[in-house]
Design a protein around this ligand. Structure first.
Ligand code: 6PG
Length: 249
């Protein structure tokens, strides 16, 4: 297994009784980090897609409407499916319906990946958006917070095991391909992911338990997983789990 010889800083593993408590934990981090922003700065946040964020976004848009200064956040994505923004596969559409519309988030603070565009052109364009919109550390755009998920195959963002090399790309974004559907994706690469100040990998459910064991316990017999390469250079990594996904650790 291609794994991290040593973490730059040990990941913090949090196990929650339910996803609402997991979402609450994220909300509290956002409140704290936004309060500590320098006055003229914004909070750069990259969202993930898939099903796990649905309840996280629902909880936060319901319970944090007035607990968080949402106007201080600029929203980006860790990955996007190469589909139009009104397609049910779109990560943007998911966030728009569950988070942005209920919270009246201003369009000017939303930097979606244009899934409807040519993937290679959009990958290049989004890389430039990150350089323009984000602060940088070591010359690399730096997110304040990246929310990631983990697939049952150990993928994260849209870096799948079959294309694990994309994690090490010199580019900030890459075009990826889903191994089963062949759907094209745009994904952040490890260069951006590991430059973030805070990364939270939210993975719940029994189906994730084995991969979480392999990654968290660094099982050397396991296959290489992209998620095992998430290792912030100077930032903090949280694994946000439930009892089922943490059942083997
Ligand atoms: C995506 C996500 C992807 C997701 C994992 C887990 O665009 O699909 O960014 O990386 O986080 O596939 O998905 P679930 O939350 O549905 O298990």
């Amino acid at each position: 297994m291609e794994f991290i010889v040593s973490y730059n800083s040990a990941p913090e593993i949090k196990i929650f009784d339910n996803i609402e408590l997991l979402a609450e934990f994220i909300g509290i981090i956002w409140i704290d980090q936004i309060q500590n922003l320098e006055s003229n700065n914004f909070y750069s946040l990259a969202l993930s897609g898939g099903s796990t964020p649905i309840k996280i976004f629902q909880y936060l848009s319901t319970n944090y409407k007035n607990r968080l200064n949402w106007n201080r956040i600029k929203f980006f994505w860790g990955d996007e499916r190469c589909v139009p923004p009104d397609n049910n596969d779109s990560n943007y559409k998911l966030a728009k319906e569950i988070l942005f519309e209920p919270l009246n988030i201003s369009e000017e603070n939303i930097f979606r990946i244009l899934g409807e565009e040519n993937p290679v052109d959009e990958s290049d364009r989004y890389s430039k958006v990150l350089q323009t919109e984000l602060c940088s550390r070591n010359g690399i755009p730096k997110f304040d917070f990246i929310l990631l998920g983990m697939g049952e195959d150990g993928h994260t963002a849209s870096i799948f095991p079959q294309e694990i090399n994309l994690f090490h790309s010199h580019n900030f974004c890459q075009v990826a391909e889903h191994p089963i559907s062949s759907q094209k994706r745009i994904t952040l690469t490890g260069k951006i992911i590991n430059n973030a100040s805070t990364i939270a990998i939210a993975a719940i459910g029994e189906s994730k338990a084995k991969k979480i064991f392999d990654v968290v316990k660094r099982n050397r017999e396991a296959d290489p997983y992209p998620v095992s390469l998430v290792n912030p250079l100077e930032g903090k990594l949280y694994w946000l789990l439930d009892k089922e996904s943490a059942s083997l650790i």
